[in-house]
Design a protein around this ligand. Structure first.
Ligand code: NOJ
Length: 562
């Protein structure tokens, strides 16, 4: 397998608005990030992925960009960014930026010009259509509820937006758009950044003719996923971007590509494809495909057998052919400890167990800010405390459809993107030390217990466990390049696997629940001599032939031939 720096890296994801506020306006900013770079370096990670920091009217927290080459005023200036990049590099950290090119903001000069007249030279930068039979151009449903079409009175046409109406989709069929994007990407790379996370990249090409999606249920809008996702031309465009720009830089790229399995993912990341280094897959997030106004806005319950199945499939299909991007949460997903662990009695144990999984799979691990201290979903009582546009649209849509309030709030507590967007909990000062002002969104009420300062002081904390895991991964090649094999596939409580690189073998044993099941070493490993590398509990016994596991226990063993 080819060795690459980004295969050996650990990534830390920052959601800037919630990371650290330096000037008391209640909004995280670049100077705040700079002040915490040493903290990030001390974790042992190599790469920081910054969610969008570009100029934006903020209808979707920066994913609606009005100037790709300027910094959002609330976050600081380009000089702040340059300092951030320089400081990060001096500390040995690389910086990866979000690249949001499926759409711009409706306040981007391109769109302002495009919507001014049907004859505007920029008109074709976006996707415009006349209405059909007195209605919408087609029946596609937007990600954030309602139709993908917004009517523009002035020119009597509709423009497409897969996300909010403030995020018009760019028309990648237009060569000038492609060239503009190439230039912008080159501009950032010439500044010295180390890579990109390609937002919504699966959707940049739409089916020819924009046909209606089949609608047996006669819904007002239909999730037309396959008509705007992972179409063949996306690959051509990505290869073109590599040939024209990316190939000239030693960077890493990761694409956000929902709706595909590992075989299809290889079309993006196969070693020979020259498209992307990795993709974020969504199968283990088990999102319900039909979000939005259909009332199905919920997360499917998961079982460990499903999770093992999905992750194992990705691990084995990609091995030797492509590279995984592993994550358990991010700014769009609930907190991992609330979702896959236990955010009550066993918060510490389960957060460490999940960390063990994240850091010992094959693929580059992505840690989302606050995950390293076991931050949890906040569960705000009132809808007024929520800020996320997707959550608020869902709330209003459900209310309109007569869904009882408790049911709406229950789904929000589980699935809202604000679950992971509450401010980073630095210490036990007011607002968790995130800001001296009023935070843009409330801090989780558990901040006096769950915060970085507490974790730094406690040698047994989740934070210290992360540091140990990251360090372990760094010096055990088997944990990076080793082949993954699932053991005990039918065990519903334990997730056990082995990573093998030549004669080095590492065994990972995870108890996913608060019960105490017995682990028994599979017959074919009985001849090996185990050496404990790390665990989230004290381990006294020497042998591992058979033992009772404690709630959410995790152990990593090196197996040696006797
Ligand atoms: C995916 C991003 O992660 C999400 O936060 C955003 O709302 C959409 N893409 C649209 O850019």
């Amino acid at each position: 397998m080819k060795k690459r720096w980004w295969k050996e890296a650990v990534v830390y994801q920052i959601y800037p608005i919630s990371f650290k506020d330096s000037n008391g306006d209640g909004i995280g900013d670049l100077q705040g990030i700079i002040s915490k770079l040493e903290y990030i370096r001390d974790l042992g990670v190599d790469v920081v992925w910054l969610c969008p920091i570009y100029q934006s009217p903020n209808h979707d927290n920066g994913y609606d960009i009005s100037d790709y080459q300027a910094i959002m005023d609330q976050f600081g200036t380009m000089a702040d960014f340059d300092l951030l990049l320089e400081t990060a590099h001096a500390l040995g950290l690389k910086i990866v930026m979000d690249l949001v090119v499926n759409h711009t903001s409706d306040e981007h000069p391109w769109f302002i010009e495009a919507r001014s007249s049907v004859d505007s030279p920029k008109r074709d930068y976006y996707i415009w259509r006349k209405g059909k039979d007195g209605g919408l151009p087609n029946n596609w449903e937007s990600y954030f509820s309602g139709s993908v079409w917004e009517y523009d009175e002035k020119t009597d046409e509709y423009y497409m937006h897969l996300y909010t109406k403030h995020q018009p989709d760019l028309n990648w069929e237009n060569e000038e758009v492609v060239n503009q994007i190439n230039d912008m990407v080159r501009w950032w790379l010439d500044k010295g950044i180390d890579g990109f996370r390609f937002d919504a990249i699966a959707h940049i090409v739409k089916a020819v003719g924009l046909p209606d999606a089949p609608d047996p249920e006669h819904l007002p809008y239909v999730r037309a996923y396959s008509l705007f996702s992972n179409l063949e031309k996306v690959h051509k465009l990505l290869r073109n971007l590599n040939e024209e720009v990316l190939d000239q830089y030693n960077i890493m790229t990761v694409g956000e590509t929902s709706g595909l399995g590992p075989e299809q993912a290889l079309d993006y990341i196969g070693d020979e494809r020259n498209e992307l280094n990795m993709v974020f897959q969504f199968e283990h997030m088990q999102m319900d495909a039909a979000a939005g106004g259909t009332g199905k806005w919920h997360l499917k319950p998961w079982t460990l057998l499903d999770l093992k199945n999905i992750l194992s499939k990705w691990q084995t299909v990609l091995h030797g052919k492509g590279w995984n991007a592993n994550y358990l949460c991010n700014h769009d997903q609930p907190r991992s400890v609330s979702r896959f662990g236990n955010d009550g009695k066993y918060r510490k144990e389960s957060a460490k167990m999940l960390a063990t999984l994240l850091l010992t799979l094959e693929g580059t691990p992505y840690i989302f800010q606050g995950e390293e201290i076991g931050m949890t979903n906040p569960k705000f009582e009132l809808i007024e405390e929520y800020r996320d546009v997707e959550t608020l649209n869902h709330y209003h849509e459900s209310q309109k459809n007569g869904v009882p309030l408790e049911k709406i709030m229950e789904s929000i507590w589980k699935k809202s993107r604000d679950n992971s967007r509450t401010p980073m909990q630095w210490d036990s000062a007011p607002h968790a030390g995130f800001t001296t002002g009023k935070p843009w969104i409330q801090v989780n009420s558990n901040y006096k217990e769950v915060n970085v300062q507490n974790d730094l002081q406690d040698q047994d904390s989740i934070l210290h466990y992360y540091k140990k895991l990251i360090a372990l991964r760094k010096h055990k090649d088997a944990l990076i390049y080793g082949e993954y094999k699932l053991l005990l596939p039918l065990n519903p409580d334990l997730y056990v696997y082995i990573r093998t690189l030549e004669d080095e073998q590492v065994l990972i044993i995870l108890n996913f629940f608060d019960e105490t099941p017995t682990f028994t070493l599979p017959e074919d490993l009985k001849g090996r001599k185990p050496q404990l590398l790390l665990s989230n509990y004290e381990v006294e016994e020497e042998g591992i032939q058979s033992f009772e596991m404690r709630p959410y226990e995790a152990r990593i063993y090196q197996l040696k031939s006797k």
